[in-house]
Design a protein around this ligand. Structure first.
Ligand SMILES: C[S@@+](CC[C@H](N)C(=O)[O-])C[C@H]1O[C@@H](n2cnc3c(N)ncnc32)[C@H](O)[C@@H]1O
Length: 234
């Protein structure tokens, strides 16, 4: 299993925004123009019925929070356990609070939709996290969760002497993991691609994860395949 749910690694990785922004910057939409955040926003929008309370967990720098908050009728609370990310999200005019998904500071049945983008693979106690999501969701509410597949950047990692990143919440496992807590789980898979204009940018991407992977030099630009799944559970 990957180091991605080691609490010390996660805390250090997200103390500041540099690593996350380096990784985000290389991703391009699918061949038919679909972009994962936009598709996740559509999934959230589909789940809204009239005025709605929405919770985002693991909001990072607040890019999605700002978009969710702009949906008509939405009252959003965005949370992350990184103080820096809460600060950055609040600076976008969003109600942002520091919270660990395993200890959500909200009453039972407080939200119509909960959104978790690329964060469930970081959580030490996934069972507890999902129980918390269930607890704060109203009956009939929707959980939208985004994650990567085992083959996401696998070719890049292998070229640099590493292995595919096998996580606890992936395209492969997400359906069964969510199926333990939710009666209806749907999925939308997207084949994305990371575009690197040169070797230095590909190495910077690897360096942002701090695993010590070293990519042999290449000339020109390269693309590596990604795989993202958006789950909708209710
Ligand atoms: C890969 S980033 C994704 C950020 C954002 N959702 C996005 O799509 O850009 C993972 C985020 O989850 C947060 N995180 C990790 N474990 C968490 C936990 N147990 N509770 C709350 N946030 C957590 C990290 O601080 C980080 O902001």
């Amino acid at each position: 299993m990957s180091q991605l749910n080691d609490p010390d690694y996660v805390r250090e990785q997200y103390a500041t925004e540099g690593n996350l922004e380096t990784r985000r910057s290389v991703w391009q939409p699918t061949a038919d123009g679909l972009e994962p955040n936009t598709e996740a926003l559509r999934a959230i929008d589909r789940a809204l019925v009239g005025d709605a309370d929405v919770l985002e967990v693991g909001c990072g720098t607040g890019v999605m929070a700002e978009r969710i908050a702009a949906l008509p009728g939405v009252t959003l609370v965005a949370t992350d356990f990184s103080p820096r990310f809460v600060e950055l999200t609040a600076a976008r005019g969003v109600d942002a609070r520091q919270a660990d998904i395993c200890y959500l500071p909200f009453d039972d049945a407080s939200f119509d939709v909960v959104y978790a983008g690329w964060m469930l693979y970081h959580v030490r106690d996934l069972e507890r996290a999902l129980n918390e999501v269930r607890r704060v969701l109203r009956p009939g509410g929707t959980f939208v969760a985004v994650t990567n597949g085992n083959d996401h950047t696998a070719d890049l990692r292998i070229a640099a002497g590493g292995k595919p990143d096998i996580t606890q919440f992936s395209s492969e496992t997400g359906e069964s993991v969510l199926g333990r807590k939710f009666g209806d789980v749907r999925r939308h898979d997207l084949e994305t691609r990371a575009v690197f204009p040169d070797h230095a940018s590909a190495q910077a991407y690897l360096d942002s994860s701090g695993e010590g992977l070293v990519l042999p030099h290449f000339d020109g630009s390269r693309e590596y395949a990604g795989h993202v799944t958006i789950f909708e559970a209710r």
